[in-house]
Design a protein around this ligand. Structure first.
Ligand code: NAD
Length: 488
């Protein structure tokens, strides 16, 4: 039987409740990172496509802002139900377009669902404040109102969770939304939009415009887009923050990271090594909360031996295989970048104790690398300073906790940091002095849940109000103060 090769679909944009062909005609391939197989094509939309989406979202806002908050929340309850019902399907889609392990993808979907859960609390979250008698016979009240059209720009590494950090809460607060998914992982966004419509969202409330720089710039420059949520790499985060803020928009821009884990001499070495292995090499190190630098305090040779043993034993492969921990990186170009980082580590004198360039010969189709570990890395080396975003781990040696904390202070990034110890005094010192926004005590990935802010510091975040939690509500609403006199 002859097989006719199906033509790979070019994804459509979702504007005003309809699937529409972008005005721009060019598109790029979306390969499955584990197999190299092209699974979709993503259109590279232009500013005219953005214009259409903004017009739809602006029109939808006129009614959506007046929909009673409990009614808005009910759509989110339904959405929560639908996402839960499709949990496995969504996780498989994450694996197909991002490459991470199914277990990780399943967890990511769960994290996304929790954001919807949080946003469904909008009636309570959006409550204002009142104070009677601020002066004689005078009362004050604060009400929250949405901004209007909000733009969200997402990275490739969490195609489910990051968009769900953004649009459910923004929309629950009464805004309408335009999502620009990563062009490297665009498929899930369309499924999220489909299910949102099935949950009862009116047309134009959530729109999806696929593409790259032009769509981003279109959103940053459009006067009808009032706020921007961005998550991505550091240079782009800073650019987005500066350009959108210069245009008078409210912006939150979550950025890159270099997360340090401090291993104290009293730590349970086996458990600490296990946590570090899954933090550094799970999702191929492509998590903004991944451990990418370990500070080994004291004579850490025994710990390093244990870490190497566990790294040597981890299984590299396709994320759909149960036992696999280390999955492919997102693109061949990213793999090349990482290979250059390994070269730079060697040139600058770090000691390579696990060489990820080897051991993946039978995985030629996808973008695979083994685990790489450098020991005796100095803080001024490139592999100590830069976010490499892949399965490369740098070990720095320190005499004391003070010295370890100094490495964290000197890093330009401050997303997360962890300490492994049983010593309460060390824990307290770490909590008080570690210069980062999300700390772990014996926890490998101290990412916060939907009801707390995702709280990076320094160059890991540009803006004021973070995503999620009360910060998220404050970000997506503006306050109106009423001062009333009654003796008139
Ligand atoms: P990226 O910066 O390449 O892309 C993010 C988004 O910006 C994409 O939608 C992309 O189309 C757009 N973009 C890229 N270059 C642009 C440009 N020059 N002008 C305008 N728009 C542009 O990021 P990525 O590689 O997709 O994601 C990985 C990065 O995201 C890592 O640095 C990671 O640390 C970071 N990240 C941070 C957090 C956090 O919470 N701090 C969470 C997830 C990911």
């Amino acid at each position: 039987m002859s097989m006719i090769k199906q033509e790979t679909k070019v994804l459509k944009n979702y504007i005003n409740g309809e699937w529409v062909e972008p005005i721009a005609t060019n598109s790029i391939d979306v390969p499955n990172p584990a197999t190299g197989e092209v699974i979709a094509k993503v259109p590279i939309s232009n500013t005219e496509d953005v214009e259409k989406a903004v017009a739809a979202a602006k029109e939808a806002f006129k009614e959506w802002r007046h929909v009673p908050v409990p009614k808005r929340a009910r759509i989110l309850y339904k959405y929560h139900y639908l996402l839960t019902e499709h949990h496995e399907e969504l996780a498989k889609l994450v694996v197909a377009e991002n490459g991470k392990a199914y277990k990780e993808a399943y967890g990511e979907v769960q994290r996304g669902i929790e954001c919807v859960e949080f946003a469904a609390g909008a009636p309570t979250l959006m409550m204002g404040e009142t104070l009677s008698n601020i002066a004689e016979e005078i009362d004050s009240e604060m009400f929250r109102y949405p901004h209007g059209v909000v733009g969200g720009i997402a990275p490739f590494n969490f195609p489910m969770m990051v968009p769900l950090w953004m649009f459910p809460l923004a929309i629950a607060c009464g805004n309408t939304f335009i999502l620009k998914p990563s062009e490297r992982t665009p498929m899930l966004a369309n499924r999220l939009a489909e299910l949102f419509t099935e949950a009862g969202a009116p047309r134009g409330v959530l729109n999806v415009v696929h593409g790259a720089h032009d769509v981003v710039n279109g959103l940053l420059d459009h006067e009808d887009v009032k706020a921007i949520s961005f998550v991505g790499s550091q240079p782009v985060a800073k650019y987005v923050y500066s350009r959108a803020a210069a245009n008078g928009k409210r912006v939150q821009a979550l950025s890159g990271a270099k997360n340090h884990h401090i291993v104290m001499p009293d730590a349970d070495l086996k458990k600490a090594a296990g946590n570090i292995i899954s933090s550094a090499f799970g999702s191929a190190g492509q998590r903004c909360m991944a451990c990418s630098a370990v500070v080994v305090v004291g004579d850490g040779d025994e710990f390093v031996k244990e870490l190497k043993k566990q790294a040597d034993n981890l299984i590299v492969g396709n994320g759909m295989d149960d036992e696999v921990l280390l999955t492919p990186v997102i693109r061949e170009s990213q793999k090349e970048k990482l290979l250059n980082y390994i070269e730079s580590g060697l040139e600058e004198g770090a000691k390579l104790i696990c060489d990820g360039r080897k051991g993946t010969d039978d995985l030629k189709e996808g973008y695979f690398m083994g685990p790489t570990i450098f020991d005796h890395v100095k803080p001024e080396m490139t592999v100590a300073k830069e976010e490499m975003f892949g399965p490369i781990l740098s070990l720095l040696r320190a005499e004391t906790l003070d010295e370890g904390l100094e490495f964290i202070r000197k890093s330009r990034y401050g997303n997360g940091a962890t300490i492994y110890t049983k010593d309460a005094k060390a824990v307290r010192q770490f909590r008080e002095e570690a210069d980062a926004g999300m700390l772990g005590i014996n926890v490998g990935v101290p990412a916060t849940m939907a009801f707390f802010p995702f709280s990076g510091w320094k160059d890991s975040f540009y803006g004021d109000l973070h995503v999620n939690g009360k910060d998220g509500v404050n970000f997506y609403t503006r306050k109106k103060m009423i001062t009333s006199r009654f003796d008139y």
